[in-house]
Design a protein around this ligand. Structure first.
Ligand SMILES: Nc1ncnc2c1ncn2[C@@H]1O[C@H](COP(=O)(O)OP(=O)(O)OP(=O)(O)O)[C@@H](O)[C@H]1O
Ligand SMILES: [Mg+2]
Length: 379
């Protein structure tokens, strides 16, 4: 039984259907990322899991118990928001204590005579817990400061610390790194992965940044327009996308999508070149997906294009080629050592890695062509 199970979640705001029957199972200790473009429903789904919003229909289960009727505070899930939501007038230590105090001191702490006694004992435990968490996150020297005296990365760690002191069933994070500058985001990505390994806790992480999803998660769920299109480990999503929409969303620079054709005699043709022979049958149009790293410059290459733009990143060189046959440029990854020989306006020849070609039907669904085993690369 999964630790967290969302099934058939529907949610509409007014007449807009924002979640269209989303199901997702998350195992204990997994780092699962919900990734998708802005507005696809990621935060809504996370809020429904947290209990901050309710689904119209569908079931949320945590540790096999349905929590659909359980208040957010009783679900024991810790939410870390993009804005961190720290109290500005409280110190770091007090910020971290607040959720624990609310839980531990509850009604008993408010009793007239017993209350202060209960409170004193609970406070000692709470202090010890905060100190232990601060140690883990290396923020002990910051405990007396106010949030206004911290850097973005430090605030982020305090928000995480506040979530950790409660020892939750799972951490739910909604774009927690998006307020940080690019370098710090990359650094915090590594820190979060490390923290996840050390805590061995369940992380459900929402982002629209595919780099975050690809680098941190055990599995990613790609969401679009209120639906999960594919769930799987990052490698699988990248190399084996189930649809053109997933292939296009994941990968930077984006996958090249070229118009192809399967002819009645079984030839598969791309830009006038025969690519494969497959079983003969219904002729039809196809989309052919090729990632920039699966194309290469080659003096004898079968395709030709004119360099319209070069992006030299130092470690990689991306060439944008304009082809006679296409409106959109094709992007190729070349080695930076080749940069000297390629200038804007040059015509170059290129070829592809046939084993890496992805086929999609006209409606965007991935397809393995019949007779795929007999595929032969045409000369
Ligand atoms: N309370 C609300 N009332 C009406 N519409 C809402 C409400 N909350 C969200 N929406 C709409 O639901 C859709 C999904 O919103 P949601 O915040 O879940 O998207 P998201 O995937 O988290 O996007 P982002 O990456 O921009 O944070 C959006 O079109 C949004 O405008
Ligand atoms: Mg959001």
């Amino acid at each position: 039984m999964s630790q967290i199970s969302l099934s058939g979640i529907h949610k509409s705001f007014g007449s807009t259907e924002v979640l269209k029957g989303v199901s997702l199972d998350i195992e204990a200790g997994e780092f699962v990322t919900l990734v998708g473009p802005s507005g696809c429903g990621k935060s809504t789904l996370l809020r429904i899991l947290a209990g901050l919003d309710s689904a119209d229909t569908g079931d949320v289960r945590i540790q096999a118990q349905s929590v659909t009727q359980t208040r957010a505070a009783d679900r024991n899930l810790a939410m870390v928001f993009q804005s961190y939501a720290l109290y500005p007038h409280l110190s770091v230590a007090e910020n971290m204590m607040t959720p624990l105090k609310m839980r531990e001191l509850g009604w008993a702490g408010r009793l007239p005579i017993v209350g202060p006694l209960v409170a004193r004992r609970a406070c000692r435990d709470i202090h010890a817990r905060v100190e232990a968490v601060a140690e883990t996150l290396k923020i002990t020297p910051l405990l007396a400061r106010k949030p206004g005296q911290l850097s973005g990365g430090q605030r982020q760690r305090v928000a995480l610390g506040r979530a950790m002191v409660r020892d939750p069933v799972a951490f739910l994070m909604d774009e927690p790194l998006s307020n940080l500058d690019a370098a710090l985001r990359v650094h915090m990505r590594a820190e979060l992965s490390e923290l996840h390994r050390r805590l061995n806790a369940t992380f459900v992480y929402v982002t629209h940044d595919q780099a975050e999803a690809l680098t941190m998660s055990d599995r990613m769920a790609v969401m679009m327009q209120g639906e999960i299109l594919q769930v799987g480990p990052p490698d699988e999503i990248y190399h084996n996308p189930a649809s053109l929409a997933v292939a296009r969303f994941i990968g930077s620079p984006a996958i090249n999508v070229l118009p192809g054709e399967k002819l009645a005699d079984g030839r598969v043709v791309l830009l006038g070149q025969r690519l494969f022979n497959v079983q003969s049958g219904q002729p039809r149009a196809l989309f052919i997906g090729l990632r920039p790293e699966h194309l290469h410059l080659a003096a004898e290459g079968r395709f030709e294009g004119m360099i319209s733009h070069r992006e030299n990143l130092g470690s990689d060189l991306f060439l944008h080629l304009t082809l006679k046959e296409m409106d959109n440029p094709v992007v190729i990854r070349a080695h930076p050592d080749q940069a000297r020989n390629v200038a804007r306006g040059h015509n170059v020849r290129f070829d592809l890695d046939p084993a890496k070609v992805l086929f999609f039907e006209a409606d965007g669904q991935r397809v393995t062509l019949d007779g795929a085993r007999q595929l032969e690369v045409a000369q």
